[in-house]
Design a protein around this ligand. Sequence first.
Ligand code: BF8
Length: 676
Amino acid sequence: MAEEQKEKVAKTQKMADPVAASIDVATQQMIKRAQDLAIDTVFDRAVTMRPCNIGIQGTCCKNCAMGPCRLPLPKAGIEGEDTRKGLCGATANTVAARNFARMVAAGSAAHSDHGRSVAEVFMSVARKETEDYKIKDPGKLLAIAPNFDVATTVEVDGEVLDRDLDEIALEVAEKALNEWGKAEGELYYLKRAPEPLYERWKKLGVLPRNIDREVVDIMHRTHMGVDQDYKNIVKQCTRAALADGWGGSMLATDLQDAMFGAPSPLQSEANLGIMKEDHVNIIIHGHEPILSEMIVAAAQSQEMIDYAKSKGARGIQLGGICCTGNEILQRHGVPPAGTFLQQELAIITGACDAMVVDVQCVFQNLANVAKCFHTKLVTTHPMAKMEQDNVVHIEFDEHHAMEDARRIVKMAIDNFENREQELMIPKQKAVQIAGFGVESIEYHLGGTFRGSYYTLNDNIINGRVRGVAGVVGCNNARTRHNEAHITIIKELIKNDVLVLSTGCNGIACAMHGLLTPETAAVYCGPGLAEVCETVGIPPVLHLGSCVDNSRILLAATEVVKAGGLGRDLRDLPAAGSAPEWMSEKAISIGQYFVASGVYTIFGHHLPVEGAPVFRDYLFDGLEKIYGGMWDLEPDPIKHAQKMIAHIDKKRRELGIDKARERVLMDMADRQRLESV
Ligand code: BF8
């Protein structure tokens, strides 16, 4: 980059302080390098672009052309009647609820449309229209079939025989795809929830009818002049969010597992240091694993490895960013190169020969960064193209998936010799054990003979494990990268709370070394450490991508089934958290966790503060209805403490608080004895 341009950028633009922007040294180094090269990254843009003061409160309405109507909270607060209203008379509560609902709709749509793509490929497999995909995990297919009322056995002459797998696959595919648009009834998977929860949804009239309809319903009712009751708008948020968590996301997870194999624990690494100077580096970024499964297979083929060697490389290094990265980590051990906020930085190493993106969480600025290097940026999804002319679009089609994947891998290899900038790959990377799921938790923490979550429950009841937390979600450039994720999780495990993680939180934990069994001895309280050391698991279990939050719902359901901890998810000593959320998907996830009975706390801010009545309804009102509630706490230690306080409240309600006191006394006694 010319000195002149550098100076110009430095003069016109404030830049991020790398150390204040991230707790990760590799990220700090790359931010600095980008600044030295006069390439702006999200970290710098977060300094120059401040959020809108009214939008951040959730009270800007731009749903019609009489607006935007802006209803900020008066500085002095509101005394007496709240008289704020838009041109049509919409109150701050209506405006904030509509905006919230549209976030739920977008989030639910994103997860569920991912699920639809998977279901369509699953249908192609079932119809034998593609050679490239197979049902790799027939056990998973047989496990999910009964949820669609698909028989797995058949009676012939009075004898019960196994039913043909192809027939089962076809019937599951038809019923699964129908979930997006069926004319009558409700989603099949809702009945997988504990019975009292299902019955509550039914009584409250929030059972989703079909996935697409609930999203369309939100867009209709939030159109100008339709639903003007924030409580009724939130009710529809629940229906659309449940259609995500117990519908589109859960279908995505299950059908991916059936086609690509349910994950089981494996060892890998994480952070930018996984990239290799002497290898062709291909970074895969986005969310849908349909194409990336093929890229992994293509990159591992001897033919492609030999081709890479013929071009002077020693091999091919794949790395992931975001949830596509999590998908190929979980099933193949491909190491993530970083979280959402590190996507530009992977290119800034100068060693990224191709970055392949599909949908969601992909910065448009990647194209500008790629322009400064030799990196080929490849878009692959018909729904997600980029306008910049240096971007290559190779549209993926499941009918010739392997051909597409080979073309992309070959393009990356051919690009290896075009590296022009000096490389700078940070050294930082950490070992991780990932690949957990409902089945592997049962294997590690289940009863040997009972085939259930008996041992986990036993340890929760006896207090060694104080409770379970789902800590998930994004990074947000408005907060210090990874700081809240890691501080909250360390505080939780220090207090004996077992953590289930997904999304960028999982990648953050891996980068900071929290996903190894050895972590237990360093960071955990004595009870959790003992359990982790006995069964050989990390205190933070990485369950995969953001659609895999459905695994957390099902794991919690298994805990209820195993007994001794109540009859419903709302009874469990459990809590959910998204410390650094940024995506609309996070709002949909939050709402389905709340509606499933889970105390759910977000970090930094929620766009509801400008409408205090609506806010209180989310934070308090919903608890009376669903048992779960929203909460907000930007300070990471207080955030974790609020989760622990909720877990302790549930322990008291279950009558198991005394057991934990005894465990702690036992430990103290033991320590006293040891020091004598
Ligand atoms: O779905 S955690 S930044 S990558 S939205 Fe995006 Fe958030 Fe990361 Fe995955 Ni989830």
